[in-house]
Design a protein. Structure first.
Length: 342
């Protein structure tokens, strides 16, 4: 299973992607794998990405394609409604669902945004609006903002010159998910089958945003210190039988940052993982799993479905935002979910 991690570049304080094709490219970069993906990008792609980075205080970088000012709350609430329709279909097959939305880096780490740059009032209130809508539908959407805010002040919440949340934030959100799952009732399987966590290690290298900068800017931004776990079990999928819980998402939940391992450790059950490139999108990623032989052979007891806040406004039919093979009408998406879970 492959994904890509995020990428930017910082020419001005608030540059933005201006057309849908370029935005789709940036979403792809925002999901590129940490190791070596950047070097495989064509030069034209690198040039496009370099015009959509926000240079913040203290050499922090932010993704310019995730707008800090465009509200889009109404479209995000439509996405919540579609997620609810999907989880109802899963529930009809005995599958529980927990939803995770990775907040904007500019929301979680606002203190390092450039002087004079801030979330608009609409964007500031958007996450709470999504949670309220989910609560009204009895949809289990965890408060990832609160989980990340609770990370120890000595640790980064997002990686300074990278698109992704830190390993500590990934684990904090995974712990919140585990509590939500526990509140839904006993999990199947046997205690003792969860992942054993390794020790925290420090790896020094360029963040995915810095890696797309021109050489002089890249050097000025410098390398990041990635604080991640050493492997405690096979990465991303626990040894110990069929997954009781399946995580479906993008590069925020990739094994490198430790989300699935921490979740498995916290629930003490095997956890499976399906993650894809950012421009595949969460809708098609879920279908990739539900239409797979792995799902057919061993349906999980629960699915943890992960989204990025900066893409929440994009439904399955959002042409130009997702890869062409991932674009479909909302009705077509629901029909495929129904067929896959029949």
């Amino acid at each position: 299973m492959t994904d890509s991690s995020s990428s930017f570049q910082p020419p001005s304080v608030h540059a933005r992607a201006v057309d849908s094709g370029r935005r789709r490219l940036l979403l792809t970069l925002a999901a590129a794998p940490f190791a070596g993906a950047v070097s495989m990008m064509p030069r034209r792609a690198l040039a496009a990405a370099s015009s959509s980075v926000i240079e913040g205080r203290n050499l922090w970088l932010y993704p310019g394609w995730e707008s800090l000012t465009d509200d889009a709350t109404a479209d995000c609430l439509k996405a919540i409604d579609l997620i609810h329709q999907t989880t109802d279909k899963l529930a009809a097959r005995g599958i529980r669902s927990v939803i995770v939305v990775a907040p904007l880096k500019g929301r979680a780490c606002a203190e390092n945004l450039p002087a004079g740059v801030a979330l608009s009032d609409g964007v500031t209130k958007r996450f709470a609006a999504m949670r309220a809508q989910a609560a009204s539908l009895n949809l289990a959407l965890v408060d990832s903002v609160a989980a990340i805010a609770g990370v120890d002040a000595s640790q980064e919440k997002y990686i300074r010159a990278d698109y992704h949340w830190s390993g500590h934030s990934a684990e904090a959100v995974a712990s919140r998910v585990a509590k939500r799952l526990a509140g839904m009732g006993p999990l199947k399987g046997s205690a003792g089958s969860g992942t054993r966590l390794g020790k925290w290690n420090e790896e020094v290298r360029y963040g995915d945003l810095a890696a797309l900068l021109p050489p002089d800017k890249k050097q000025a931004v410098g390398k990041d210190h990635f604080i991640v776990r050493s492997a405690g079990a096979s990465p991303g999928l626990v040894d110990g039988g069929a997954p009781v819980v399946q995580v479906v998402g993008n590069s925020m939940v990739q094994p490198y940052l430790g989300f699935p391992q921490k979740l498995s450790n916290a629930i003490d059950r095997p956890v499976g993982l399906t993650w894809t490139f950012g421009d595949t999108g969460p809708w098609k990623t879920l279908l990739n799993y539900l239409e797979s032989p792995a799902y057919k052979a061993n349906p999980p007891q629960a699915i943890v479905w992960q989204f990025n806040e900066g893409q929440m406004m994009n439904l399955p039919s959002a042409a130009g935002q997702w890869d062409a093979t991932s674009v479909m009408s909302e009705d077509a998406f629901l029909a495929r979910v129904t067929k896959a879970t029949a």
